[in-house]
Design a protein around this ligand. Structure first.
Ligand code: ZN
Length: 396
């Protein structure tokens, strides 16, 4: 790697201009200018990110809602999916500090990741997923297996979804651009047709990791946004559970339901929710939808209700398209379906079992572009998230 003077690069970077490039036009001007947060996990509808001069006069950015922040390098890493090295080279190229051409920057025009320009998947992704799926079952994977079993996942379910263990780059070398922060669980996104790995999310196991989840750089693979999970037993027909992330979706599949994991609530932001709804309807035709998103405020009331806001937007979009949709939430104080299941598996199972009775899909679901439903009894109308919150029902 060529020597690049990090401080000189940061000093020569116009952070405001870079923020506009990554996050879109700011609201307000001067010191009060606010950009949409570049954090893909934070659907920041009302711009909350500002820039300011910090220590030694160096410019930094900070999102006042989710707390993310840092230098121009962090902005490229978080907002454009670059590695630190690529971000540094890119900034150096812009500032004319190095002879080599700048790394090509592909950034969305909005803070929400749009479809990346390339659909090619780097072969290293398949290789890592395959190696990790083998390592999980070897002695090296014992700790990871314990972690997964403690979350309630059976070996059948782990095998069916090719869940794996990444011991970190020292034991499993990988090219630049794949997560390299240490040991973690590999949750692969498998192509629905041939079940080949198209992407993965890494759940770090070390509490020292600064972030909990990581994923390949978008130069190596497009973020598919959705992952369809496999059930180890035949799933209840006519119902798809949409969850925020893999552990919740695995919980639903373990309870005999077809499940889809959404890879980040940003994909259900105001601008992205309509396309997401259409895609779900296209990929899960003849299915009613049950949304189980996190209650981010369950453990910390000061947090943003990002998960529940995303669920409400997606439920709205699905209902507007004549889809039957239920929005279920764990009881107060429990963050997500997987945590709920770990605490009280019997109640979660019975809640999931009652879904089919509540939804009765064959009588109500119409093809998207088929005939409109004939006027009929009230339950033929598209329903909405106002239906009973299963978490609040008595746990008979
Ligand atoms: Zn933010």
């Amino acid at each position: 790697m060529p020597t690049v003077d990090r401080d000189a690069v940061l000093d020569d970077t116009d952070l405001g201009a870079l923020a506009t490039e990554i996050c879109g036009e700011p609201r307000g001007r001067g010191r009060g200018a606010r950009w949409h947060c570049p954090n893909p996990a934070h659907p920041d509808e009302h711009p909350s990110m500002g820039i300011y001069q910090g220590f030694q006069g160096r410019w930094r950015w900070k999102c006042h809602a989710c707390g993310e922040g840092g230098t121009a390098i962090d902005l490229l890493v978080l907002g454009a999916g670059m590695t630190v090295r690529d971000a540094l080279l890119d900034l150096a190229g812009r500032a004319g500090l190095t002879p080599q051409p700048p790394v090509r920057l592909a950034v969305p025009s909005t803070p929400v990741p749009a479809n990346p320009p390339s659909t090619a998947v780097h072969p290293a992704i398949g290789e890592l997923v395959t190696a990790a799926a083998e390592l999980l079952w070897q002695p090296l994977g014992a700790g990871a297996r314990r972690y997964l079993h403690s979350r309630g996942f059976t070996d059948d379910l782990l095998t069916a979804n090719r869940i794996g263990f990444d011991p970190g780059p020292r034991q499993l070398p990988r090219p630049e651009g794949l997560p390299h922060g240490g040991p973690g669980i590999v949750f692969p996104v498998l192509h629905p047709d041939d079940r080949q790995p198209a992407y993965y999310q890494l759940r770090y196991l070390s509490s020292r990791s600064t972030r909990r989840y990581d994923q390949p750089a978008r130069t190596l693979a497009p973020n598919p946004k959705l992952a369809h999970l496999a059930t180890s037993v035949p799933a209840q027909p006519g119902i798809t559970v949409v969850c925020e992330g893999f552990p919740d979706a695995l919980t639903a599949t373990h309870n005999g339901l077809a499940a889809v994991a959404l890879l980040g609530t940003a994909h259900a932001s105001t601008t992205s929710a309509p396309a997401l709804a259409e895609r779900l309807i296209a990929e899960r035709p003849d299915s009613a939808f049950v949304l189980c998103f996190d209650d981010d405020t369950a453990l910390d009331p000061a947090k943003l209700p990002a998960g529940q806001n995303a669920a409400a937007r997606l439920a709205d979009e699905l209902a507007h398209r004549d889809q039957l949709v239920l929005n279920i939430q764990p009881p107060t104080g429990i963050k997500d379906i997987n945590a709920w299941w770990q605490q009280d598996p019997a109640t979660v199972r019975s809640a999931f079992e009652r879904l089919s009775a509540m939804l009765e899909p064959p009588a109500i679901i119409q093809p998207v572009d088929g005939p409109r439903p004939a006027p009929g009894p009230p339950q033929t109308e598209a329903t909405n998230p106002g239906l009973p919150d299963l978490g609040q029902l008595p746990s008979c």
